[in-house]
Ligand binder design. Structure first.
Ligand code: GLN
Length: 472
């Protein structure tokens, strides 16, 4: 069992000789084996045990990095040199990259221990982790249910104590939604806060990398390490990285907005009530709560699925059998090789999105779909800009329902897409969002509350999360 609440407690225990890092890592490795039916990991790095004594020594002599000994799992869409990078796809089943993603390299440089790569929806496309060539991931809270997606393995691994923290990616909700379904914290940073170098691109203008953890301090700590400008990613921002940890407890009386569009039809009643209980709590603490409007919300799902599939159809063109990964044996001529490699290598959801994206970009439909969706994206961003003139934070549900049953939505992709209703807007606008676990429904399934902040204001986001973290 784990006898620490967060990383700073873990460090103290190690310093006082009350915890051996080797035993701690062994515990996680054993726990992964015991819970192999969850299918949370695609690959486990057993040899990470070998790093424990040198890191433990560094902790004791005071020369260790910020994340010394934190055991972290990485979503299998991020490159780690000389380790498999599959994106949970057959097309990359045997692919080994020759470099490491910046976000992962920063964890390693801070003396974290990378324990393995986690399962996810193929190329991060999905909301249930059922679109994986490695099979579905089970929700540790109720194994008949999905953990959410696409970072389902990263969320399940944290929820089941198969690591201290993990990295996921969020293009339309893939950190916040699985965090909500599994009952943990998950933060999607501002677009540009964390370098995307070494992340396999799904929709480049939406993709972000962020942490999952069981407490807010560790979220803040991992975020502070992975953030920052990177010359290898021209969309990463040249802006200072605040000290997220020391600012955690500088709580002011923030102004909080409740967008009425997010509490309309379709929201499960128990989630609605759980959130309003928390709203009452915040009111009692003296926070100013107002109703706000985000009038273009109803178009967010359509705009999201047009723009991201367009970007995906272009990004995934590189997987053609010639340069990366799988090549079909049926390769009589070049065209035939391309067609067969892609037909055999990609799963159904990927093919659906490539076709959709190619269609919305085609000359006859570009204006009607792609250009129009770009305009909607701008309007959505303006909705948020206006809202943030009046409030510091926006509070909403993370998901319209709690975790659904495995297989429940696989035959109806549209219904699956509609579940992303509360999360896609933050990616369209590029703003940060966090899932805060706020309790359970009658069936014992976790309920999540989402808080969004203005661009680069993760400090405010984290300090409101910390209020709930401390009241647990
Ligand atoms: N569920 C969304 C989708 O399928 C979000 C995915 C993500 O954020 N990677 O596109």
């Amino acid at each position: 069992m784990l006898n620490y609440k967060n990383h700073s407690e873990k460090i103290s225990l190690i310093k006082e000789d009350k915890l051996s890092l080797r035993e701690n890592v062994s515990f996680f490795l054993d726990n992964i084996k015991r819970n192999s039916n969850l299918n949370a990991y695609n690959f486990v790095f057993d040899d990470c045990l070998m790093q424990t004594s040198s890191i433990e020594q560094k902790i004791k002599n005071g020369s260790a990095g910020k994340l010394a000994g934190m055991v972290i799992a990485i979503k299998d869409v991020l490159a780690i040199k000389q380790q498999p990078l599959t994106c949970s796809s057959n097309i990359l089943r045997d692919f080994i990259p020759t470099y490491t993603a910046t976000a992962v390299q920063k964890l390693i440089d801070a003396d974290a221990i990378i324990i393995g790569k986690t399962n996810c929806d193929e190329f991060a496309m999905g909301s249930s982790n059922e679109n994986s060539a490695f099979g579905a991931v089970l929700n540790p809270v109720d194994k008949s249910r999905v953990p959410g997606g696409s970072s389902g393995g990263s969320a399940a691994a944290v929820a089941a104590s198969l690591c201290d923290a993990s990295l996921g990616t969020d293009t339309g909700g893939s950190i916040r939604q699985p965090a909500a379904f599994c009952g943990i914290y998950g933060l999607k940073p501002t677009y540009g806060r964390v370098s995307r170098y070494g992340l396999t691109a799904f929709a480049s203008s939406f993709d972000t990398i962020g942490p999952f953890a069981r407490n807010v301090e560790d979220i803040a700590l991992v975020l502070s390490v992975i953030s920052g400008y990177d010359e290898k990613d021209s969309t990463s921002f040249r802006t200072d990285v605040p000290d997220f940890i020391t600012k955690l407890n500088s709580i002011k009386k923030f102004r909080i907005g409740l967008p009425k569009e997010y509490f309309a039809e379709g929201l499960n009643e128990e989630i609605h009530n759980a959130i309003f209980e928390k709203v009452e709590y915040l009111k009692k603490q003296g926070f100013e709560i107002t109703e706000i409007e985000l009038p273009h919300t109803e178009y967010s799902i359509s705009a999201y699925y047009i723009l991201t599939t367009a970007e995906a159809s272009s990004n995934l063109a590189r997987f053609d059998g010639a340069r990366y990964g799988f090549r079909s044996k049926e390769d009589k001529n070049l065209l035939n090789m391309y067609v067969n490699s892609r037909s055999e290598g990609f799963g159904n959801e990927i093919k659906r999105r490539i076709m959709l994206g190619t269609y919305v970009l085609s000359s006859g439909y570009y204006d009607a779909y792609y250009r129009k969706a770009q305009k909607v994206r701008r309007l959505l961003k303006q909705d948020f800009d206006k809202a943030f003139e009046k409030v510091d934070l926006i509070l909403t549900p993370t998901t319209p329902t709690t975790a659904f049953k495995i297989g429940e939505k696989t035959s109806d992709p549209l219904e699956m897409y509609l579940g992303d209703i509360y999360t896609t807007s933050a990616n369209l606008a590029g703003i940060p969002g966090i899932n805060i676990p706020i309790g359970k429904d009658k069936q014992g399934l976790p309920i999540g509350m989402q808080v969004m902040a203005n661009q680069f204001d993760e400090v405010t986001l984290l300090s409101v999360a910390q209020i709930f973290n401390l009241s647990e």
